[in-house]
Design a binder for this molecule. Sequence first.
Ligand SMILES: *Cc1c(COP(=O)(O)O)cnc(C)c1O
Length: 377
Amino acid sequence: MSRSKAKSSTFHPPVRTLMGPGPSDVSPRVLAASARPTIGHLDPLFVELMDDVKGLLQYAFQTENELTIPLSAPGSAGMEAAFVNLVECSDKVIVCQNGVFGGRMKENVERCGATAVMVMDRWGDPVDPEKLEAAIKEHPDAKVVAFVHAETSTGVRSDAETLCRLAKDAGMLVIVDAVTSLAGIELKADEWGADVVYSGTQKCLSGLPGISPITFSNDAVAAIHARKHKVQSWFLDMNLIMGYWGEGAKRSYHHTAPVNAVYALHEALLMLEEEGLDASFARHKANHLKLAAGLSKLGLEMAVAEEWRLPQLNSVLIPEGLDDALIRGRLLNEFDLEIGAGLGELAGKQWRIGLMGTSSNTVNMNRCLTAFEAVLA
Ligand SMILES: *Cc1c(COP(=O)(O)O)cnc(C)c1O
């Protein structure tokens, strides 16, 4: 049967500068890695690569957790895996919300049939540790505390170390969303006592989109083993995934890993190791400071208080009377520059300029300022 539409041809995307909330620019080195020959996902050489990826992820998360793996699905699957594995229908979970992604955590808790106790903060502010402390006092029977380290919808960092400590002191498990924080700002899974931390490849790691690095502490693994009911998701059940990502030769088929995307992740993690975590954080910070200074010269104002700004995600107030979609359209069409629109209640009010991973460099930062200067004129 022939298709009614005109004959298709090979897709050749333009070379964009990706300065939105993800995906970030993928370096030629990482793209080249992804173009190498596909091998079988149970080929002994791929199994070796899987082990190497696990070790590199332990470095990125700053953890010794044995169960540290890349899930074969985007950051949202990391979030879902954290909740479906730790939370059962009779459980109570304290969820801190100060933006879009905290709201998705609530959805996950409720879809597990569990009860979400919400700790709400204004979008644009960090999670307030005093409010969490009060919620923990009021609900000592809660099993899990969950929060977003770097709220990509608002560009706000929360004090993950303090929030983790409050939960651990109360004997609760902690789920940390580090999708945007990993490799961009300090994150110490073990030192902070985080039990499940998940991320994504398309933000500050600058791998190919579609993989979610995740790590589980021994307490988290024990909680999974102590479950009364089966994990409701077959694909994300860590009991089954452990058999696939477990030790060496014992590895058995669960699903087919995205082989070439794992090559890309491996290369991106090698680049992170070569640069070093601290140097990566310093680079993100330096480019953020220069961008913020340049935007201020153009009369644009940052949306977040200085102390809590994410260097990798710059929220900018859209000046009164400017057409949000028109400006973003011109940046894309005239400068091949993608920035992010406001999300949820911030749509039309803020822009989100990402300086994530490979995208966080001087050339991008200057290109962005030049483009803004031109379209605002
Ligand atoms: C991007 C993001 C996610 C979701 O990741 P996807 O790869 O888009 O599924 C979750 N949490 C936060 C904080 C994010 O920024």
